[in-house]
Design a binder for this molecule. Structure first.
Ligand code: GAL
Length: 436
């Protein structure tokens, strides 16, 4: 069995690794290997100075803690650089991506911006020639063997590396309220059949089985893609994105049917809640389960003060045990920014062991680096770090890695209609029509 979908790109990998492999030494200076264009003061101090604009969608509860910790660390290391935290609220970049697009089109790029590794980076900004390669930074920082090859693939195109991954989030996680499961003597479901049995029992007991907050439609797409992963399995799910498996595969329709059946078990006000509001239902014991990426863990622990394993538990979503839906947030260097050295000095901190270990324990994600200090992570984090090593990896559609933004926008629209109209045929027709 092909373990990882990235195997298709091995040839590219060899090229990339070759480019970054030589002459690297970890934790040396933050200076790039090429001669930077420096101002007089930079020449004097060896440091870049100026303002750094960091653009993301990490604002508010459950989102910003990791970023703020990273900024604090950066400011300690670079007091001469002023940080402008230009975050635009809205889960999964609902609003930020639109703002970014108009800025990029208007030749007004932020200093650096959050972008998912995979299609979102490569098919949009890299393909349009709007990102500078970072091979020199990877070389200067000695990162060639510090990130998993699969992640380097996701941030590379045509032999160049275009961004630095700050984390790895897992998308296919079923969160549950431990007290509710204990009280009703229920086992956490691992298959769809078990899921519906548990959901029936909960509903009979007057508990909302599944929390959903799809005011921003991506949350429904997120749930749907985990179902798709469950019906197809990692190999064939991955082949959807290379075109080897079509949206006309019967397991895609099966996923649509399961998804619609799940909606019979969600909170009635799902369309007026966002992801945090849905997670809150589980935290407060008003719903038993929720399917969300592990930024929900950051929210449970840091914002709602829940105890890992005691107040909430987790499992792979039904049918996806042994697979890992990968979401990676990355930051790069847009072409034409005023002070590229300032941006690179931030990327150097973001990609360092210290930077990743400041960010990820708060964000709920695991470090993108292979050499993180695991003692800084809670039980969920440590388990997930291990799972990532052995699991089959699958790229997330809802979070930009699997397919281009155009397709994702169409799927988000189609799913929004699907949730209200519940018309399986017309939803599957849209998927077939739009499949990249
Ligand atoms: C994802 C992103 C995560 C988290 C989430 C909710 O797209 O990768 O870091 O922010 O959206 O907004």
């Amino acid at each position: 069995m092909v373990k990882k979908w990235f195997a298709l790109m091995i040839a590219l990998s060899v090229l990339v690794i070759g480019l970054v492999a030589c002459g690297s030494s970890e934790d040396s200076s933050n200076e790039p290997s090429e001669e930077p264009e420096t101002s007089d003061s930079e020449e004097a101090t060896g440091e870049a100075s100026g303002t750094l604009e960091i653009f993301s969608w990490w604002t508010g509860a459950g989102e910003e803690d990791g970023l703020l910790a990273l900024i604090e660390l950066f400011e300690e290391k670079h007091p001469e650089i002023e940080v402008d935290n230009a975050a635009v609220a809205g889960g999964a970049g609902t609003n930020a991506k639109a703002v970014l697009t108009s800025r990029m089109q208007g030749n007004d790029p932020p200093g650096t911006f959050q972008v998912h590794g995979g299609a979102e980076l490569n098919d949009s900004w890299v393909a349009a020639g709007q990102m500078d390669p970072l091979n020199d930074l990877f070389e200067a920082e000695g990162w060639a063997d510090k990130f998993p090859e699969e992640l380097i693939e996701l941030v590379s195109k045509d032999g160049n590396i275009y961004s630095v991954p700050v984390n790895i989030h897992r998308g296919n996680v079923l969160w549950y309220n431990t007290e509710i499961f204990e009280e009703h003597g229920l086992e956490v479901p691992t298959t769809f059949e078990e899921f519906f049995d548990v959901a029936d029992a909960l509903q009979e007991a007057g508990v909302t089985p599944l929390a959903l907050g799809d005011r921003e439609p991506w949350a429904a797409t997120h749930l749907f893609e985990t179902v798709l992963l469950g019906t197809l399995g990692a190999d064939d799910y991955n082949k959807l994105w290379s075109g080897e498996v079509g949206m006309d595969d019967p397991r895609v329709e099966e996923a649509a049917e399961i998804f619609i059946r799940m909606l019979d078990y969600v909170n009635e006000d799902h369309s007026s809640r966002n992801w945090q509001d849905a997670s809150q239902l589980v935290a407060q014991g008003e719903a038993a389960m929720n399917v969300m990426g592990d930024w929900a863990k950051g929210y449970f622990v840091n914002d709602l003060n829940l105890a890992v394993k005691e107040d909430f538990g987790w499992a792979a979503t039904p049918g996806t045990e042994g697979t890992f839906m990968v979401i990676t947030d990355t930051f790069g260097l847009p072409t034409g920014v005023e002070n590229p050295e300032v941006v690179k000095s931030f990327l150097a901190v973001l990609g360092s062991q210290e930077g990743q270990d400041a960010f990820n324990p708060l964000k709920g994600s695991i470090p993108a680096r292979v050499d993180a200090d695991v003692s800084k992570y809670d039980e969920y984090g440590q388990e997930t770090i291990e799972d990532f090593k052995s699991a089959e990896l699958s790229p997330s559609l809802a979070h930009g890695s699997a397919a281009n933004e155009g397709f994702l926008t169409q799927v988000n629209q189609a799913i929004n209609i699907f949730v209200t109209q519940k018309d399986v045929d017309s939803f599957v027709d849209s998927l077939k029509q739009y499949q990249p």
